[in-house]
Ligand binder design. Sequence first.
Ligand SMILES: Cc1ncc(COP(=O)(O)O)c(C=O)c1O
Length: 398
Amino acid sequence: MTAGASSKVFADRIGRIEVSATMAVAAEAAKLRAQGANLVDFGAGEPHFDTPRHIKEAAIAAIQANFTRYTVVPGISDVRKAIVERHAADFGSGYSIDEAIFTTGGKLALFNTIQILVDHGDEVILPVPYWVSFKDIIQYAGGKVVYLETSEAESFRITADAIEKAVTPRTKAIILNSPSNPAGSVVSQEDLERIVHLAHDRGIFLLLDECYVYLNYSGKPASGGSYTWAKEHVVVLGSLSKTYAMTGWRAGFALASKPIVANLSKLQSQSTSNAASMVQKAAVAALTGSQECVAEFRAEFIELRDYMLARLAAIPGITCAKPEGAFYVYPNISAFLGKGGVKTATELATRLLHEAHVVTVPGEAFGTAEHIRVSYPVTRQNIDEGVRRMGEFLTGLA
Ligand SMILES: Cc1ncc(COP(=O)(O)O)c(C=O)c1O
């Protein structure tokens, strides 16, 4: 490919990021499946439930009523009202409609927030292990990722003390994802409050990825958005994907101060414009309808987590911190590194895929070298079969 007068084809910024590792794993698995392989898929980051019927019906009704045209960029007032009222009812936050924007998935809310806040050289504190996209999105904006190590012995818990030590005069933002992907770690209410305080006092933006906020198994779900005095520096990033089993719909949002939301809307006006109109109607149904499905999904995930942990514990050499939320376990596989020619978690996950036909995601994608991520929203039979295959493969390495 030639590049005309310029000597290079692609802009620097696209060279600063990699293809999302979870998407890459999914693509490799799809290739094997197309060749007829019978895979057990612990790779996907999504609930195995169907989207609840009342949500689907709202979208179908919207299409039938020809609600299929452009809407205002940040979303119709009904959807923004539903977002702020749901969040206020569940967490005691106090956002107005002008402080909410509906986006094409939670990932876009995060991407756009970082684009409008982070400049070249700005530091963004990111606890490890981190969800794959945080690092790349920060780097795309030209920001510098400041990795904050956590301790596996303490279930990868993030504390206010650790965050405080990582702050420098160049810190622009802190990312908190609680419960977290991949480790399922939860920030305690006390630490959350202290982190909100320290960010607000120092003029640092606190980006709260609440994608799994309803999948908190350690107690009552909490949101930093409830500290209304810190609104100026807090951005709540929400998603309907996991809460309502709506991953393919692309429904997310941000709640923040008016200037932040106005700038998010400005950027969105020059890229995706409004999120799909019928999806906005579906989101209204999800957020204002019965929340029983959320409680049901949560209860089932807790059982599946315990089921998965019990089976993994039977594989000699695997150790695993108990996740307090989300729907992943993050077992330590260091006992197998150096055995059977396997040197890294990536090699282990690749061989698990090709030789045992089990899909997992290697820890390197999340910033740690000795783990694999195992998603458990699958049937119990699949957990049994997948862990049996893993056990056979891993024992065979010895
Ligand atoms: C931590 C975290 N944040 C955000 C997202 C994005 O969710 P979505 O774009 O589907 O709303 C995901 C999806 O896997 C996630 O794990």
